[in-house]
Design a protein around this ligand. Structure first.
Ligand SMILES: CC(C)(COP(=O)(O)OP(=O)(O)OC[C@H]1O[C@@H](n2cnc3c(N)ncnc32)[C@H](O)[C@@H]1OP(=O)(O)O)[C@@H](O)C(=O)NCCC(=O)NCCS
Length: 157
């Protein structure tokens, strides 16, 4: 597996990965209605995706020319904005590698801490990597409510 920077040309492949990731991997924590709302909130905003993909701080994990997962850092907000892994690649270390690369970059940039709005599915993953719960959150999609968790990790020794 190799990690590469994302670019605007990655839009279809990363949206496909996002769709599969949310649809399959969050099924134990979110209802079908909640997953549909999450996916449409994500896929409805192609322009936002393009501008994020063109940022300097997105990475994709590639194996056999296929996207296995991706992550995005928003340095000005100390924020991990995306972390999605394809169901076929789950539990093989993809997210761990993506997060290591992001944290390495965040430290190089001198960021004091990182935050993320973690899904219920991802909360244990982040906890095991040193992120603590700050507060529980709810996103109102209009049709339903999506629970999530604001989590933070200090990058200072
Ligand atoms: C949460 C999520 C990102 C985790 O991705 P992942 O690639 O499966 O995570 P990893 O494989 O790195 O780690 C998960 C487990 O796999 C196992 N694992 C890790 N590396 C491994 C390896 N090299 N070989 C075998 N198993 C491994 C470990 O048991 C690990 O568990 P741990 O947390 O106790 O260490 C993924 O489930 C996902 O995309 N979920 C849906 C979308 C979502 O909720 N995204 C977060 C939005 S904030």
């Amino acid at each position: 597996m190799k990690l590469l920077r994302t670019g605007v040309d990655d839009l279809p492949a990363l949206q496909a990965c996002f769709f599969a990731s949310v649809s399959v991997l969050t099924a134990k924590d979110y209802t079908p209605e909640q997953r549909r709302a999450w996916v449409s909130r994500g896929l409805d905003h192609a322009e936002t995706w393009r501008s994020k993909l063109g940022s300097q701080f997105g990475w994709k994990a590639i194996e056999n020319e296929t996207v296995q997962g991706f992550i995005l850092l928003v340095p000005q907000d100390n924020l991990i904005d995306w972390l999605y892994v394809s169901p076929a690649a789950a539990n093989s270390g993809v997210a761990t590698h993506l997060l290591w690369e992001l944290e390495r970059t965040a430290r190089t940039l001198g960021m004091p801490h990182l935050e993320t709005h973690a899904s219920i599915t991802a909360q244990p993953f982040f906890e095991r990597r040193g992120y603590a719960l700050v507060e529980k959150e709810e996103v109102d999609t209009g049709s339903c409510v999506l629970p999530r968790a604001l989590m933070r990790k200090s990058l200072q020794a």
